[in-house]
Design a protein around this ligand. Structure first.
Ligand code: ATP
Ligand code: MG
Length: 419
């Protein structure tokens, strides 16, 4: 027997009994973004591999081991399925010179691809909403991004999220910090694990992000970036905190916040929940003033974040979400050829009136059609048989309330239902 073809491990189908929750999420997010004046940008899912190496950084988890990279054998280009959205967004902004018209508030949503070990909250195809503000020096825009997240949590009905903020300073203070880190870890070379040894000279900041418990003591005692921080970044960080306090946003300062991508500077932040186990970061971002130039454009300040849709949907469930699955207003049951013809007309008429209609297809007795109407969750059944055709009327039967069915002109149906 031939075995069926299955979906790829870590890449999920989203079936109708879940997709309505996604649609609810997407609709909420669209309204929320419009309220802050962010506009949608849609970029291809595949990019030149070089874009991600240049932007995310060669010595990062993503570029070292998580990218879906392949050769397009038709022209030998090295292509990569996007592991995140910022690089593509910045590439498009440069390519189309969008900043010529002034700073831009942009967002995107869609699938991202990373070859990670699949587990709860971690998939190989996952989905993000990303929000990017390009051309703004901040810290007002940094604060706006954080404040808007907080509003979204309210709109989605999720609670208990912890906000951690930190600062990475400017390029010079990072360079200084880097030198001090290398010196420190060199002195403790014998205690470094394999990953950290490899990163010691290429990307020592990433050692701080190590999840290895054996490394934690060493990491806790490592030099702190705050001691190497430049004056301007200090002021930037202070002002950000001021706005957040004014807006009533609670936060914790975490000076060890190292993001998994190399392009960040100054403000970084993460929204974390305890309700989802190990995969608790639902949203993360920060400032990336150097990225435009790094990707080949004119230097411009920028700030953004991305949130994981799967994790947020899981959190909504944990927080007792109450989204009603969609159900039609009316299921039209009909019999006979003339009944069918009339039923078609009724269906289109009622859809024009703004109602959601399922027109029964496939024949069968009234009894079996009524069973379907009930199973699908319709509020009403509209019955059209010989009598109805003769009288040019319809019979409306409420399925969710114990009210008698009644015959009426089609034009009376909408008003009755909307009442
Ligand atoms: P993590 O530390 O969980 O690996 P990350 O730092 O790699 O996250 P980012 O690159 O900042 O994540 O992506 C932003 C958000 O996208 C994360 O906070 C998370 O909600 C989500 N996300 C990242 N990777 C995955 C994945 N493999 N599966 C599901 N969601 C993910
Ligand atoms: Mg990761």
């Amino acid at each position: 027997m031939a075995t069926g073809v299955k979906a790829i491990r870590g890449m999920n189908d989203i079936l109708p009994d879940q997709s309505y929750r996604w649609e609810y999420f997407e609709q909420t997010v669209h309204k929320w973004l419009a309220a802050y004046g962010y506009r949608n940008i849609r970029t291809p899912i595949v990019e030149q591999t070089d874009l991600f190496i240049r932007s995310i950084g060669e010595v990062t988890d993503i570029v070292e081991k998580e990218m879906y990279t392949f050769i397009d054998h038709l022209n030998n280009d090295s292509l990569t399925l996007r592991p995140e959205g910022t690089a593509s967004c910045v590439r498009a902004v440069i390519e189309h010179n969008l900043l010529y018209a002034g700073p831009q508030r942009l967002y995107y949503a869609g699938p991202m691809f990373r070859h990670e070990r699949p587990q709860k909250g971690r998939y190989r195809q996952f989905h993000q909403v990303g929000v990017e503000a390009l051309g703004y020096v901040g810290p007002d825009i940094d604060a706006e991004l954080i404040v808007m997240c907080s509003r979204l949590w309210d709109l989605l009905g999720v609670y208990g999220l912890r906000l951690e903020i930190g600062t990475l300073g400017n390029a010079e203070s990072r360079a200084l910090h880097r030198t001090r880190l290398i010196k420190y870890f060199e002195q403790h070379r014998d205690n470094l694990d394999e990953d950290s040894l490899r990163r010691l000279h290429t990307n020592p900041l990433r050692i701080l992000d190590s999840k290895n418990p054996r490394m934690q003591g060493l990491i806790d005692n490592a030099p702190k970036l705050i001691d190497d921080l430049d004056e301007e970044s200090c002021i930037h960080f202070e002002s950000l905190q001021h706005i957040l306090r004014e807006q009533g946003i609670n936060f914790e300062i975490n000076l060890r916040l190292v993001r998994g991508l190399d392009y960040y500077n100054r403000s970084v932040f993460e929204w974390i929940t305890d309700k989802l186990g190990a995969q608790g970061t639902v949203c993360a971002g920060g400032r990336y003033d150097g990225l435009m130039e790094q990707v080949g454009g004119k230097s411009a300040p920028a700030c953004g974040f991305a949130m994981g849709i799967e994790r947020l949907l899981a959190l909504m469930q944990e927080c007792g979400e109450n989204i009603t699955p969609p159900a039609p207003d009316i299921y039209i049951a009909h019999q006979g050829e003339e009944g069918a013809d009339y039923a078609w007309k009724c269906a289109e008429f009622l859809r024009d009136e703004g109602l959601n209609i399922i027109l029964h297809c496939g024949g069968g007795s009234f009894k079996s059609q009524m069973k379907k109407a009930d199973a699908i969750g319709a509020s009403y059944a509209l019955i059209i048989g010989d009598d109805e055709v003769k009288a040019q009327e319809v019979t409306l039967k409420p399925l969710r309330e114990s009210i008698e069915q009644a015959s009426m002109k089609l034009s009376a149906v909408t008003e009755l239902i909307k009442k």
